[in-house]
Design a protein around this ligand. Structure first.
Ligand code: P6P
Length: 321
């Protein structure tokens, strides 16, 4: 048993992201990974830069002080625009996607939330980059709407969590792998393969401050959870809450409310990539009506309700909704 464990660890240790993810898709993912390495450095310095930038909108060097999520977006946009295989880049920070070109070589479209939860940076709570990679449609002219595809069409999805370490969780359709950025080499080192979300776990993750705005079904589920020994965990940063749910199990819920009838989270660059990962890990990811990845998007920034995590726990929530 020991030798098997050592073999597995040696096998994991010997791989980094560039070895594990190959082919054309691997090139795009490697560029995204390198961009998140640069974003991680900016996140680490954010509070220092704020201080440096206290003199109005420029820092003491007279440089424009960019909001960190805008900076993260420009890092991803800049690096992906240099590739010949990306056609369209869509982001929470851009009103409309950017079309890099229409050559047939541009086989991929990238959709991203460059720095989700950035408001948490001031209090040093983990934030993250979420990304989704789609194929470029081969029919019709390639334009902004190329990214309006169901989540089932995703070729890959992942997130990078900027926490006590920089962790990338990624799937290209054959299970979920986890990497940690080695700060000494700037490489993402494989630390977990074929990660599975536990089938059951009595943890629910929801912002209960919205109790008055929740549907009767959500309230009924919470009453059930309160009476049946569930624990509550809510960080308020989606990447952190989903990462915990993936590794520990439970259910993360951001439902529709009276104030946000379509939910708060965005379908294209929050709901779909997270749903893809959770389903690849054996969990479920639903809206209050259907699988998130089955929703046909009509707007770049449309919102969705999210119920995702352990398959048993998501089924329990669904029974109440
Ligand atoms: P609330 C962060 O602002 C974010 O977009 C997600 O990361 C997070 O899950 C959600 O909003 C938190 O929203 O309404 O609970 O503050």
């Amino acid at each position: 048993m020991i030798s098997e464990q050592i073999r597995l660890e040696q096998n994991l240790r010997s791989k980094d992201l560039t070895e594990k993810v190959d082919g054309d898709l691997g090139g795009v993912i490697s560029t995204i990974a390198a961009a998140t390495g640069a974003i991680a450095a900016e996140v680490r310095r954010a509070r220092i830069n704020d201080v440096l930038g206290m003199a109005g909108d420029t820092n003491v060097h007279g440089e424009d002080q960019q909001k960190l999520d805008v900076l993260a977006d420009s890092i991803l946009l800049g690096r992906l625009s240099a590739r010949a295989d990306v056609a369209v880049f869509a982001s929470e920070e851009l009103d409309k996607p950017v079309v890099f070109g229409q050559e047939a070589s541009r086989k991929f479209c990238v959709v991203t939330d460059p720095l989700d939860g950035s408001s948490n940076i001031d209090v040093a709570v983990s934030v993250g980059t979420i990304f989704s990679i789609l194929g470029t449609p081969t029919t019709g002219e390639v334009g902004e709407t190329a990214v309006l595809q169901k989540g089932t069409m995703q070729l890959a999805a992942g997130y990078v969590l900027y926490g006590s370490s920089v962790v990338m969780v990624l799937s290209t359709g054959d299970g979920v792998d986890m990497y940690v950025l080695d700060p000494s080499t700037e490489e993402f080192i494989l630390v977990g393969e074929k990660i599975k979300v536990p089938k059951e776990k009595k943890i629910y993750s929801i912002n209960e401050a919205y109790w008055e705005d929740f549907s009767d079904g959500v309230r009924a589920y919470l009453d059930f959870a309160h009476k049946n020994g569930y624990g509550s965990r809510y960080i308020g940063s989606m990447v952190a809450d989903v990462h915990r749910t993936l590794l520990k199990g439970g259910v993360f819920i951001y439902p529709a409310t009276t104030k946000a009838p379509g939910g708060k989270l965005r379908l294209l660059y929050e709901g779909n990539p997270m749903a893809y990962l959770i389903e690849q890990a054996g969990g479920q990811a639903l809206t209050d009506r259907t699988r998130i990845v089955e929703v046909m998007p009509t707007d770049f920034h449309e919102r969705t309700s999210v119920i995702l995590g352990s398959s048993g726990e998501v089924s329990t929530v669904s029974r109440f909704l």
